[in-house]
Design a binder for this molecule. Structure first.
Ligand code: ATP
Length: 581
């Protein structure tokens, strides 16, 4: 499985998977309020006041329109004051909500990052990188866009309510008619919006596939550039199809929302027309109604325009809540470093269920024990379950059944972080960070890293300065050497190398197996080496064989030189020695 993303649709039989729990678990308003209660309250208050001020304006206009007024000057002054206040309030609420929008964007991104970081590896694998990418870019942006629109929405809501009250004061039947028509408009809209949301949710799911294809477009550039037919097929059938299906689903959703809005507007215009041209009979009273009703058109149209945005944000919020539920992690205490005495797997199992092929891969039950200072080779055919077993040994996966005992005590959800804290690993799909993340501030870190780099024959290529690698533009084998540097510098008691030597040249393979491993052993480190290099199996203390998810042999290595605890090359310096952290 190394070097591959988990197959989409592949899920465990037992793990959390894509749960629908928390479907409606995202409340935009309470989330926005929680970000900054003070700013939210101030922004809401200014929006609501600006709505009221707008209603006051319309009343003043109406008064000024009445015939034979002798207080036009004072009305004019009041109008100027209220207009200035309205603009000031609108500006203030716009600025405050703009600020909140950015806070929401930043906070949601940080929150998703925290969830991903805290979630069990299996849950992250199941959610997949594409969904996470889509969430932190597209979905959170959709949510933040609505936050920025909130002041307008609030202001308009107040303006509409205020106008309705004013209408009620002008004429009760008119008010009842207006309120009834609006209720009809909203009911029609809601009916259509429910159907639209279905399309928008579908678009969200297709968008995950689209992000996966976009990532394949970048990661697979070499393959696509070499083969034009392949590139065209990928562009048209795979990437193109995903782009098209997102477009189609979104268009359906947005069209339905637009039709819903149109229905609302039609009802409102119809009502205004009826009042003005059929029932009022003209005259100044009709002018008064007309001013209020015409004023209502603006806020109503704006609200109708904002409703689709709200619907989109709601779908995005639900996707966020669902993903967060799938990533849910039990709070783990901070990982304490404990001395390593023993690690024993008893009847440990794990299963992957692949929905597409409807096949189950079962690992175990596995019984295995590890002791300090031991070098264990884990060998077996492709797909036999070596990496999966390594993930169970390191505590990256929790066993589905069986037990893991660390220093005699059973590891459970609360102590799995302690198990993980024993390990540094270089997996086949390792990631080389651009700096020695987590080691900044460690004493002498640059010098120790550069010594190791020189030991791994990389001095001419790369160096470490202020904890950063000078470059990562290296060959795969060279980058693996740097990953080993980072792992060794962590100075943890147990190291895992998953086919680390597979990308090394023959001379360096010998250095790895015959020099580095014995040196690590001499330092008391335990090392689990996943390997196909059978000519070096004698460098281990034990060789564990796997076949089809089962451990088929666990025996001392034939002629194991490292068992003596002495490095095979006595003159090798112990450059790996570093200050424990
Ligand atoms: N993330 C995953 N999701 C679903 N199935 C998986 C996942 N990882 C591995 N598998 C399945 O588990 C089986 C064992 O995979 P694993 O990577 O543990 O084997 P391996 O012995 O390390 O193979 P290799 O030598 O090729 O690296 C594979 O057949 C694969 O189908």
């Amino acid at each position: 499985m190394e070097g591959q993303n988990p197959a989409p649709g592949a899920t465990d039989g037992t793990a959390a998977g894509h749960t629908h729990k928390g479907e409606n678990g995202f409340s935009l308003l309470s989330f926005v309020f929680g970000q900054n209660p003070l700013v939210f309250s101030a922004a809401t208050a200014t929006s609501l006041l600006s709505g009221l001020a707008a209603v006051a304006l319309i009343i003043l206009i109406n008064l000024a329109l009445a015939p034979d007024r002798d207080d036009l000057v004072s009305l004019g002054l009041a109008f100027a004051a209220v207009a200035a206040l309205t603009v000031a309030l609108q500006t203030a609420s716009g600025i405050l909500f703009g600020r909140l929008g950015q806070e929401v964007l930043a906070r949601l991104r940080a929150r998703i990052a925290e969830r991903v970081e805290a979630a069990p590896l299996r849950a992250v694998e199941q959610v997949g990188p594409a969904r996470i990418q889509a969430l932190v870019t597209d979905d959170v942006f959709t949510i933040a866009t609505v936050v920025v629109r909130l002041p307008v929405l609030f202001t308009n809501a107040v303006a509409i309510s205020g106008c309705l009250f004013y209408l009620a004061w002008l004429s009760t039947p008119l008010f009842l008619g207006a309120a009834g028509m609006m209720a009809l408009g909203v009911a029609g809209y809601m009916l259509v919006a429910g159907r639209a949301r279905h399309h928008l949710e579908h678009a969200g799911g297709r968008q995950d596939a689209l992000f996966a294809h976009l990532s394949a477009l970048v990661l697979g550039t070499k393959e696509l550039k070499l083969n034009r037919a392949k590139a065209e097929d990928f562009r048209s059938r795979h990437l193109g199809a995903a782009i098209e299906s997102v477009r189609r689903a979104r268009t359906h959703g947005i069209t339905l929302l637009a039709l819903g809005s149109a229905w609302g507007s039609l009802i409102v215009f119809g009502f205004i027309g009826l009042v003005l041209f059929v029932f009022s009979g003209g005259g100044t009273v009709a002018t008064g109604y007309a001013v209020v009703l015409l004023f209502l058109i603006g806020p109503l149209a704006a609200v109708m325009e904002d409703l689709p945005r709200l619907a989109l944000a709601r779908v995005a919020g639900q996707r966020l809540a669902r993903t967060e539920a799938a990533l849910a992690a039990r709070a783990e205490p901070g990982a304490i470093a404990v001395p390593f005495e023993s690690l024993v797997l008893g009847g440990v199992t794990h299963a992957y269920w692949d929905e597409r092929t409807a096949e189950m891969f079962r690992l175990g039950p596995v019984d295995l024990a590890f002791a300090p200072g031991e070098i264990v080779f884990l060998v077996g055919g492709n797909g036999s379950g070596k990496t999966t077993l390594a993930k169970l040994v390191t505590g990256l996966y929790a066993p589905e059944s069986g037990t893991v005992r660390l220093n005699g005590a059973i590891v459970d959800e609360t102590s799995r972080s302690v198990q993980r804290a024993l390990f540094s690993a270089v997996f086949g799909d390792f990631h080389l960070f651009e700096s020695l993340v987590g080691l900044s501030g460690a004493p002498d870190i640059d010098a120790r890293a550069n010594r190791l780099i020189s030991r791994l024959a990389l001095t001419h290529k790369v160096s470490v300065e202020d904890g950063r690698f000078s470059t990562r533009d290296l060959s795969t084998g060279q980058r693996k050497r740097l990953a080993l540097v980072a792992a060794v510098l962590e100075d943890r008691p147990f190291l895992v190398f998953d086919e680390w030597a597979a990308d090394q040249d023959p001379a360096f393979k010998a250095v790895f197996y015959r020099e580095l491993l014995p040196e690590l052993k001499a330092l008391g480190k335990s090392v689990l080496v996943i390997s196909h290099d059978d000519r070096y199996f004698d460098c281990g203390d034990r060789v564990v064989h796997m076949e089809n998810g089962q451990v088929t042999a666990d025996a001392p290595a034939a002629g194991g030189a490292a068992r003596s605890g002495e490095p095979k090359f006595p003159k090798a310096e112990f450059v790996f020695h570093s200050t424990p952290m």
